[in-house]
Design a protein around this ligand. Sequence first.
Ligand code: SF4
Length: 377
Amino acid sequence: MEAKGLYIHIPFCVQKCRYCDFTSYVASGNEIDRYLDSLEKELEMYKLNEEEISTIFIGGGTPTILSTIQLDRLFKMIKDRVNLQKLEEYTIEANPGTLSIEKLKVIKSGGVNRLSIGLQAVQDKHLLFMGRIHNLKQFEESFYNARKIGFDNINIDVIFAFDNQTVADWKETIDYVAEMKAEHISAYSLIIEEGTDFFDMYEKGELKDVPEEKYLEMYRYTVDKLNNYGFYQYEISNFCNVGYECKHNIKYWNCEEYFGVGVAASGYINNERYTNVKTLKAYAEATTANVFPIEFKEVLDFKEHFNEKIMLGLRMNSGINLSLIDKINNQELEKCIIKSIDNYQKKGYIEKCKDGTIKLTQSGREISNSIIIDLML
Ligand code: SF4
């Protein structure tokens, strides 16, 4: 049986960040306890074979908004269904400002072995502007407390290329996280998504796009600085010490199977992709009726499968195998894609390896979106 991932979504935050389009709500009353009731029902419906899960990722939202008692309950319901001894990785996302020593202890004793802490920027004025609930000092406390409790696999999330962040600001953030000696750093450029405060500001002309040259200067600095500090880039936005790649996310990028439970969670099982309902009400109703709370599902045909492999696989520095193209079963299309790959290779954006894999080069990664779109069916 192929080992699968398990994603668990906790859709609650203290307040909504102004750039965030993840499904999350400001919890009131006993909403979190009721949500945990539903989560347990959904987990039960999957009747997991406790040996089949090799990675767990508890994301959000802000999972660490849960009280110690609620966290304890969550870990117990997982432990009752998954063999923790078989896990290669068990991650929880954590937000500074919600991460007390007591919670860290509960998280550790629950079996979690990887923390992903959202810092985003080191300048308090930017954190405030983004709607984050914490400042740099609170991040530092969370980070050092986590080390004290024994977490030896920590990711720090940071964001770049947003309006009014200067190149100097970003360099300060990257220099800082490089010095913190976390095992893993995720550095994503900001995308202004519809439905966010930032999107409204953008529409009104209060936020501007970041010019291409500025983005490139920031991205190149990130790659160089982190390389100099011993981090290797294994995905367009992800850097780590050798052996600390996020195994759960690699399952996504390699199009491997995973269950997704919770409001708005997605899963991919038996070549079928599904997404759960987005509201707490619909989620509670479905789980109370013992029905999977799935809003949308589709079986991936060859074209969708191929596109996913290109879209996700080319983000990885290990690339994808060219044998994928042999399976297209349409000689014209095959020729067309091979011609595009050859062109990108000539321009230095793609590297072809002897073992049949193709990878984006560093300059290819800088224009990855246009290459990926070009190679999709
Ligand atoms: S803490 Fe994370 S999930 Fe919650 S609003 Fe902010 S970015 Fe979104």
